[in-house]
Design a protein around this ligand. Structure first.
Ligand SMILES: NC(=O)c1ccc[n+]([C@@H]2O[C@H](COP(=O)([O-])OP(=O)(O)OC[C@H]3O[C@@H](n4cnc5c(N)ncnc54)[C@H](O)[C@@H]3O)[C@@H](O)[C@H]2O)c1
Length: 264
């Protein structure tokens, strides 16, 4: 079996827990949902795309777990406040929060050409959603004395920045810094907060890449390939598990060892 597409299921000690995944209808979010469902975790799928979220829920139910869609903009305060209550009401608890919702780094602009609206939109969707869901999830996790918060940064930040996408890099750097602080604030409640920094993963987000660009991405990676969504899912399941209990405030690079950008 090829690396990244298979693997054996482990008992990660989280059966019966409830996870909420923002942007969980497709791509990394769906793979993370599937990996957690394989461990017996019930899944709340938040997304703006109702049809895709309903399909994701059907797929997760086929894996034998309870799952439901919670539709709405992950960066809208009223939506997040209401949906968090609905998740706890319908699924009984909230143990694992995966802040994953996001948009691609395109269109790209050098800083001197960056429209303020493009900057605001990028920071708003990534950072505001991560802040809001974290804020709303903490009381539920604290009352249970256990929680896992997993945020989504990017190799675009850990790789030292990339020319043309300062809005995306700034948002992903902000998420990494936010995670470190949250980890210090919630550790004493039995909650950990960590972030992942994926390299290029085969999802719709990089659908605009030409075959030439993808060839360069493969060539520049020590493993000579892109990451699969499943590989992100298994890392998130580990961070959500009891096996990772003493890992807190960490930024986990899942980039095949690439760690650097040569473009731009
Ligand atoms: N694909 C990669 O190579 C890669 C690399 C590093 C980091 N990331 C990050 O991983 C996350 C997921 O990326 P992906 O590749 O799975 O993207 P994707 O486009 O395949 O899926 C993103 C999902 O998020 C949803 N979404 C977008 N905005 C939302 C909002 N405001 N509220 C609720 N849902 C919303 C979309 O409808 C979609 O279902 C993003 O934060 C992205 O920045 C991706």
């Amino acid at each position: 079996m090829r690396d990244g597409v298979g693997g054996t299921q482990m008992d990660l000690g989280i059966k019966g827990r409830v996870a909420l995944i923002t942007g969980g209808a497709r791509g990394l979010g769906l793979a993370e949902a599937e990996a957690l469902a394989a461990e017996g975790v019930s899944i709340a799928v938040n997304d703006v795309d109702r049809d895709a979220a309903d399909q994701a829920v059907s797929r997760l139910k086929e894996l034998g777990v309870n799952a439901a869609a919670f539709i709405g903009d992950a960066a809208d305060e009223a939506v997040v406040v209401n949906l968090t209550k609905q998740v706890v009401g319908e699924l009984g608890r909230l143990d694992i929060l995966v802040n994953n919702a996001g948009i691609g780094a395109r269109p790209s602009y050098r800083v001197q050409d960056m429209p303020a609206d493009a900057w605001d939109r990028m920071v708003h969707i990534h950072m505001r959603s991560t802040f809001l869901w974290t804020r709303e999830a903490i009381p539920a996790m604290r009352s249970q004395g256990w929680g896992r918060i997993i945020n989504t940064s990017s190799m675009n930040y850990t790789g030292g920045g990339r020319a043309g996408v300062s809005h995306y890099v700034a948002a992903k750097a902000g998420i990494a810094g936010f995670t470190r602080t949250v980890a210090k604030e919630v550790g004493s409640y039995g909650i950990t907060a960590n972030a992942i920094a994926p390299g290029y993963v085969e999802t719709d987000l990089i659908g605009g890449f030409t075959s030439e660009m993808l060839a360069v991405v493969r060539e520049q990676n020590p493993l000579r390939r892109l990451c699969t969504p499943r590989e992100i899912g298994s890392a998130v399941a580990f961070l959500a598990s009891s096996n990772s209990a003493f890992i807190n405030g960490e930024l986990l690079c899942i980039d095949g060892g690439r760690r650097e950008f040569y473009w731009g």
